[in-house]
Write a protein that binds this ligand. Structure first.
Ligand code: ADQ
Length: 456
């Protein structure tokens, strides 16, 4: 049975030598499925020069990429507007960052319609459709209207907020109706499942029975499918000699006993500024830690066109400058700050070298960095915000409230002082949990759930 994946971004990218698969959880998980079963990956076409239909791999294709081409204005409204200035802050409970604009919704609707048209055009009897994420809330109902017998799944990668927060967005009911075109909707954790079901029940009056929503004569199943990483790939990359050499270099260059690490996209949901301020307080309160602890903050540029993101970067830059100016010495840099993208192998070196990973998002659907750290490290401590999906599945992490400044500062001290036996016990359990979540297992479980739905 073929699979039609519908996602904002394409799973392949142009390199100097041709085309190759993108590196990232979703492409890693779903490309093997497409290679085996055949099918289509429908995504947006970011550049007009790219072909609308591209067989892949070119020499012996087993699936193809179908692109929905967008003008710059449509992309701005659909992607930078509705997706990233409305739905993103809404779902992360940060409504102060929401910017409402009718043109955002109009183009979002139009793009979703065009994704749905592309799916219906590509469809063959028996195909299954798997839609990804918050960029495509309306597409399922459009597909359903044109192709009533379709089997449609959707995986939502970010939090689904409490019903009382979700209802704030204008057109909340239309967005929900769009999602209810599905047969199966997956979320990382039970909390989001409950919030979604409550939203459908209260805002649309939908009848609910356990995790099934009855809607327009059909059943919509809402399930928990926590997403993991490619654990074998991260383990393998960490063990490679080149990575281990990089770990050694990193430790020597840093020159301190302790290396605390933060890795995130540069996004206001990730709590980077609050984390830096907590590190500053930790240094203020613990003079004995000076020259013994270094903090690495790796931030990938993200959504750089948006003013909120530019503003946030300025604040982070300023905090780093202030802390290093105040505490740095001729031989010690307290905060090593890198605003750039790294290869996965380079990230593995950071994960392996750090004895504390300090992950403190103000809200996060899952957070894969936590799992990458656990997989690539051998005796470190994971400090994790309790406002992440990951905190539900990684029970042995040291949990913190990312808004509690003093608790954050204290968590750094506690992590550094944690006895070896406790560190090891926690990390072993965390590794087991991460193995269970592996991205390949995740994809198989979701697709099996789709099969079960299709069989009813
Ligand atoms: P993100 O918000 O992007 O994902 P996360 O899950 O942490 O958050 O994934 C980030 C990915 O980017 C990781 O795989 C990490 O390795 C990579 N990365 C970070 N910094 C990098 C750098 N400097 N260079 C290269 N790579 C870097 C969204 C949701 C999350 C959810 C995922 C998956 O917001 O909550 O976990 O989708 O569903």
């Amino acid at each position: 049975m073929r699979l039609l994946v519908v996602a904002n971004r394409a799973p392949i990218r142009k390199t100097d030598t041709g085309w190759s698969p993108s590196i990232g959880g979703l492409a890693t998980a779903l490309l093997p499925v497409l290679e085996e079963q055949g099918g289509v990956w429908v995504s947006m076409g970011e550049e007009p020069s790219l072909p609308e239909r591209q067989p892949y791999p070119a020499d012996d294709p087993n699936f193809h990429v179908r692109r929905v081409s967008l003008t710059q204005e449509t992309l701005d409204n659909y992607y930078y507007g509705m997706s990233n200035r409305v739905l993103w802050p809404l779902s992360h409970y940060m409504i102060e960052h929401m910017e409402l604009n009718d043109a955002f919704y109009a183009d979002y609707r139009d793009v979703n319609r065009r994704f749905a048209d592309a799916v219906v055009e590509e469809a063959q009897a028996g195909d299954q459709v798997w839609v990804q994420d918050y960029h495509l809330m309306l597409a399922p109902a459009f597909i359903r209207t044109d192709w009533p017998e379709a089997t449609i799944g959707h995986f939502w990668h970010i939090p689904w907020p409490a019903m009382e927060v979700f209802r704030i967005v204008p057109r909340a009911r239309d967005l929900l109706r769009g999602m209810l075109g599905c047969d199966l909707i997956g979320f990382h954790v039970e909390e989001y499942v409950k919030n979604f079901i409550e939203s459908a029940h209260v805002l649309l009056g939908a009848e609910v029975e356990g995790n099934i929503i009855h809607w327009e004569g059909r059943e919509v199943r809402v399930e928990t499918h926590p997403l993991g990483i490619d654990t074998a790939r991260f383990q393998h990359m960490t063990d490679e000699e080149e990575t281990q050499q990089a770990v050694q270099n990193l430790r020597e260059e840093t020159g301190t006993e302790h290396l605390v690490l933060g890795i995130d996209r540069m996004d206001y949901t990730k709590g980077i500024l609050k984390r830096l301020l907590a590190f500053e307080t930790f240094l203020e309160d613990h003079p004995e830690a000076h020259e013994r602890v270094s903090f690495y903050q790796i931030a990938t540029p993200s959504r750089t066109k948006l003013e909120t993101y530019q503003q946030m970067k300025r604040e982070v830059d300023e905090a780093v400058g202030r802390i290093n100016g105040q505490y740095g010495t001729d031989t010690w840099v307290p905060v090593h700050y890198r605003y750039r993208k790294y290869t996965q192998r380079e990230l593995c070196a950071f994960y392996n070298a750090a004895n504390v990973c300090f992950i403190t998002p103000l809200r996060d659907g899952m957070n894969l960095v936590a799992q990458e750290y656990v997989t690539s490290n051998t005796d470190g401590v994971l400090v994790l915000s309790e406002l992440t999906g990951a905190s539900y599945v990684l029970e042995e992490a040291v949990k913190v409230n990312p808004y509690d400044h003093n608790a954050l500062a204290d968590a750094i001290r506690a992590a550094i002082e944690m006895p070896r036996a406790e560190r090891q016990r926690r990390l072993d359990r965390l590794k087991e949990a991460t193995q269970r979540l592996d991205v390949h297992r995740w994809a198989n479980r979701f697709l099996q759930a789709m099969d079960a739905v299709a069989a009813t």
